[in-house]
Structures are given as structure tokens and as C-alpha cells.
Design a protein around this ligand. Sequence first.
Ligand SMILES: Cc1cc2nc3c(=O)[nH]c(=O)nc-3n(C[C@H](O)[C@H](O)[C@H](O)COP(=O)(O)OP(=O)(O)OC[C@H]3O[C@@H](n4cnc5c(N)ncnc54)[C@H](O)[C@@H]3O)c2cc1C
Length: 311
Amino acid sequence: MATLIIAEHDNSILKPATLNTVAAAVAIGGDVALLVVGEGCQAVADQAAQVAGVSKVLLADNAAYGHQLAENVAPLVAELAKTAGFDYVLAPATTTGKNLLPRVAALLDVGQLSDIVSVESADTFKRPIYAGNAIATVKSLDAIKVITVRGTAFDPVAAEGGSASIEAVTAVHDAALSRFVGEEVAKSDRPELTAARVIISGGRGMGNGENFALLEKVADKLGAAVGASRAAVDAGFVPNDMQVGQTGKIVAPELYIAVGISGAIQHLAGMKDSKVIVAINKDEEAPIFQVADYGLVADLFDAVPELEAKL
Ligand SMILES: Cc1cc2nc3c(=O)[nH]c(=O)nc-3n(C[C@H](O)[C@H](O)[C@H](O)COP(=O)(O)OP(=O)(O)OC[C@H]3O[C@@H](n4cnc5c(N)ncnc54)[C@H](O)[C@@H]3O)c2cc1C
């Protein structure tokens, strides 16, 4: 058995989500190869070669892959899966993985297994459905299994300790279907939401975007990332890359503080696996208190500044 994992990176750094995906591949068993696709990404291949449990790194370094456009990367992955004898193709269930793997599955004419949270056997997996309210056990009969992996469900393997070989892949696919125009990258000194140990999120109860400064002050003291509910994003308080939930980011930090968030199932779907959940809400009936380990029934405009002062 052999698994090909699409490494997530920005041409210089291997993203942590890759390590959780390797853990899923290790649970499946067999050889694990990491594919690094990009331009000028030798440094990523070097990091990938150190990852525990990886036996081979495939490096496809070409201008056509510079911005990792899914239209160009998908045919490369499909070709490798077929010609190099991989039984599994895995990627993190991030925006990048969710953009790429359905195309790969279509090119291979197989079904995709999305967002798995456990490996039951070589062909059977578990995945959440109905916003995490039910867990489906799914079995695939496809010869090549194309799978996205929910990172929070698998403890990452060590980033160091491995010594995989690096092989160059020369195949170039330029589908000429899309081109890179530009990007606006959010710059923040705070940790990324999906990698943060502590997250403080605000909801509609924050009232407006300026009031998120209250949360940022607490975040600075705790080294936390700042998240938001969809209502806060839809109201234009904060950008949508801060959204936690079913249609936002799935997080499982050690500490999640929900401020002025009611606790709709779609929000819970993104954070209920957090180790410790703290809720601050002025409505004692708010559903968030059903999942909270610590609940504070209070006006956030009193409680959050007080919390910050005490910290
Ligand atoms: C298909 C679909 C996908 C969705 N995906 C997501 C998703 O990914 N993420 C997500 O979050 N939502 C998602 N939603 C929306 C979700 O259903 C809720 O509408 C949303 O989570 C509500 O956000 P909220 O808790 O901030 O707002 P509300 O439900 O309006 O709650 C605001 C809370 O703030 C409290 N509050 C108000 N003022 C104060 C104060 N001064 N002090 C303390 N507390 C105060 C109130 O008591 C209330 O509980 C989705 C919905 C659908 C249909």
C-alpha cells in the first residue's frame, strides 16, 4: 500500500496541517510519500524530508505550479496516482485541499471521501455529517481512494526525525484554464486560527468591528488568535477568514473563549472539540452554555475588560 499526500505550503514553509494528514496516512499503513508542488520550493521539500513517517518526497518545482493553481496541480496529482501506483491520495481538508482533491477524484473517476476524522481500516473511515451532529462510517471500493483529512482529529506527527529521499518530478501540466491575478494576505502577529493553542472569538453580541479591540487586548495577553461567528462576519465586523464553524474554520485549541456568541450548531461544528470552552453571554439560556466548561452570564462590555485587567 502506498499513500501520496499533497503537502500544504507557501513555497517556503511546510504548513502544520500536512503533519496531521501524515498521521492519518500512518494510521492507514504502508509507504507514505509527500508531494511538494510549487515554484522555488526546494526548502519545503527539505522540510518535508524530515517529517516522521514519510519515506519519499516528490518535488514538482515549475513556474506552472508557482501559485499552486488547482487546474494545473490536479492533473499532475491524478497522473502520479495512476502511474506511480498510489492506492491513496490525501490532503488536509483546508480551503486548498478542498479546492484540489475533488478535481483529482473527478480526473481519476473515483468518489471522494471528505473530511475524515478516523481510519477504521484500509477501506473504512469515519466522517462528520449534519454539521457534526452525526458521524457516518463510510467504506470505499475505489482502487484509488481520494481523501481529505480533518486535521483536528489527528495528532500531528513530528516535523523532524525522518530522512526521506527527494525525487524530482518533471511532468508539467499547464491547463491554461486559470491565471494568478493577485492576492491580499492578511498580516497578523497573532497565531493562525487553525494552529492556535488559545482562541478568543466574538459574535454578533460584539455590536461592531471596533469592539473586537476588546478581544484583541485579551488575545495579546494570552498569545491567542481571534475568531468570529458567521453573524459577526456577515455583519461586516471582521473579515471572513476569521470565521469559525461549519462554513468557516474547524478549530480545536486547548482553550476557546466565545464572547457574545449564542452557540448555533453551525458554530459549534467548528469548535466543539476544543479542550476547554469558556462562554461569556448575557443570556443564561444561550445554547453555548450547553457545551461550555466554564460559563459566565454577564455583559461582555463589563466582563471582557475585567478579564483583561486581571490577566
Ligand atoms: C448553512 C449554514 C452555515 C453556517 N455556518 C456557520 C459558521 O461556519 N459559523 C457560524 O458561526 N455560524 C454559521 N452559521 C450561522 C449560524 O446559524 C448562526 O446564525 C450564527 O452562528 C450566529 O452568530 P452569533 O452567535 O454571533 O449571533 P446570535 O445568534 O445573534 O447571538 C449573539 C449572542 O450574543 C449575546 N449578546 C448580545 N449582546 C451581548 C452582550 N452585551 N454581552 C454578552 N452577550 C451578548 C446574545 O445573548 C446572543 O446569545 C451558518 C448557518 C447556516 C444556515
